[in-house]
Design a protein around this ligand. Sequence first.
Ligand SMILES: *[C@@H]1O[C@H](CO)[C@@H](O)[C@H](O)[C@H]1NC(C)=O
Length: 195
Amino acid sequence: MASGTAVTSKILKNVLFFSLMISVISYQFEVGEETGWVRPTGNEPETYNEWAARNRFRIGDTLYFKYQKDSVLVVNSADYLNCNTSNPISKFDDGNTVFRFDRSGFFYFISGQSGHCKSGQRLIVRVMHPSEVESPVSSPSPVPSPAEAERSGGDGGWDSDDWGPPGISSTTRLTVASYFMTALAGILVILYLFM
Ligand SMILES: *[C@@H]1O[C@H](CO)[C@@H](O)[C@H](O)[C@H]1NC(C)=O
């Protein structure tokens, strides 16, 4: 093999490696953190939507819902507002739900248990459009100021409760989804074997 070809091949490998790193890394967000997906008692430091407003969600990221004797319904905005559980887009009730964002825009989640949504067991997530993602491997943004939160809540769908003290329960655990890492490893092995 001519050395020019070898150099080109090496550059190509690096380009592929970094574009894979960028496209493949995604985060799993744990809804409700330690508490999970439960009917709020009213003593929580923040609502599900306040939690969501502190984070930045991208296409490919996942939400992890952990719950017992409950369910997760993906609904449209009207059914979210009315807590209407009768015609969900999707329904999950296995207790361990991983929901992957396959597009940008708004996603609406409510509990399917009677009364739970009205108590505040509901969540709106806005997934950023790829053009908004300045840094491809960014972690969640810091706590937004209440003013910013007000602005982002302009569609009327967000709970308007007071904001909890900043920084509290900010232990959102970010896990690189293992199956993505497995896929990446597989692709890299193939690249190095055949290039
Ligand atoms: C829930 O949605 C269904 C279908 O859109 C509708 O027929 C029903 O009246 C709604 N129920 C409530 C309580 O809004």
